[in-house]
Design a protein around this ligand. Structure first.
Ligand SMILES: [Zn+2]
Length: 330
């Protein structure tokens, strides 16, 4: 395969703190020989494990980038054993535009793996992570939130995996993260995900969903900063003691956890995040908006549990994910 067109301005093997960029040549109208500049920080202190930390995989999710810019500003080499690679805005074009996907090629980075060195800008970023950064890592933390279209109870998560030893290591880090909720996650759309790429390489992969709506709250940013520090300590990359926090474990056992809209319109939720809901319950009413005098469509849950995630904007389209419920366990 061709080499990646991306070059790093840092030396991944050098001790100390380095702030630099992944530079991806991108020729365009306003810069014939221009580049996409993806900020990155490497903090290294001798031999030890490598943690690869990413935010901005989707460009409209903010807890991760805030926690990672903060960590890059404050993490000192003498606090580290091994190496921490921090990429707060992984899909930099999307992050710069405040959109989930890239404004350059509409690429959804988290569906673009393994990527291509000669593909679109988004595919080139995916390829660099696939072939250069992921192989360096032992532990991978990828921050997500709901973005503009979803809102979540704040949780850290890992996936149910065929390799139970790998799965157990990931769940141990989720427990250490100590978010208010911890999820054994079922993916509805795992093909092309960064998660899957990391897990297929045997990496210990942890992710989050920490809020949403295209913004970040003081509370959820605190969850991200404290949880990240705990994970780095539990993984043996940062020195210190894990600040244990209570967490409620949740399971998403099957596709019935997800409720999708079949009609578009004005959505009226009949419960709020964190409520306990039951199978058959009307979770939302969708009002047609083109005329008065038309009854709303009732959207009923196929299973009960804790109301964990919801559609965020006030208008909904056919096919949108409206509600996610999960089982409280433990
Ligand atoms: Zn995301």
């Amino acid at each position: 395969m061709k080499p990646s067109p991306i070059t790093a301005s840092v030396d991944f093997d050098a001790d100390g703190v380095q702030h630099g960029f992944l530079r991806l040549p991108y020729s365009r109208d306003d810069a014939a020989w221009g580049s996409v500049m993806i900020p990155l920080c490497v903090v290294k202190n001798g031999a030890g494990p490598t943690a690869l930390l990413t935010g901005g995989n989707h460009g409209d999710e903010y807890e991760g980038p805030i926690a990672l810019f903060d960590l890059a500003l404050n993490l000192l080499p003498d606090q580290v054993t091994g190496r921490v690679i921090i990429v707060p805005a992984m899909n930099q074009p999307a992050f710069g535009a405040g959109t989930r996907t890239s404004p350059i090629d509409r690429g959804n980075l988290n569906r673009a793996f393994p990527g291509r060195p000669d593909g679109s800008v988004t595919e080139k970023i995916a390829d660099y992570f696939q072939r250069v950064l992921l192989p360096m890592a032992d532990v991978v933390v990828d921050f997500h939130s709901g973005g503009r279209t979803l809102d979540f109870l704040p949780f850290c998560a890992a996936h149910i995996l065929p390799d139970k030893a790998q799965e157990a290591k990931a769940f141990r880090l989720v427990q250490a993260f100590g978010a208010p909720y911890s999820v054994r996650m079922l993916e509805i759309d795992a093909v092309g995900m960064y998660d899957t790429a990391a897990e297929n390489m045997g990496k210990v992969f942890v992710t989050t969903e920490l809020g949403g709506g295209g913004t970040a709250s003081a509370r959820t940013v605190g969850v991200a900063i404290d949880g990240l520090r705990n994970v780095l300590i539990a993984a043996g990359v940062v020195r210190g003691g894990v600040q244990e926090r209570p967490t409620q474990w949740l399971d998403m056992p099957d596709g019935d956890c997800f409720t999708f809209a079949e009609d578009g319109g004005l959505i009226r939720f009949c419960a709020d995040l964190g409520d306990r809901v039951s199978a058959g319950q009307v979770i939302a009413l969708i009002y047609p908006t083109g005329r008065t005098g038309a009854a709303p469509t009732e959207l009923r849950l196929r299973r009960g549990g804790l109301f964990t995630a919801r559609h965020f904007p006030g208008l909904v389209k056919p096919g949108d994910c409206v509600a996610v419920v999960a089982d409280e366990v433990g």
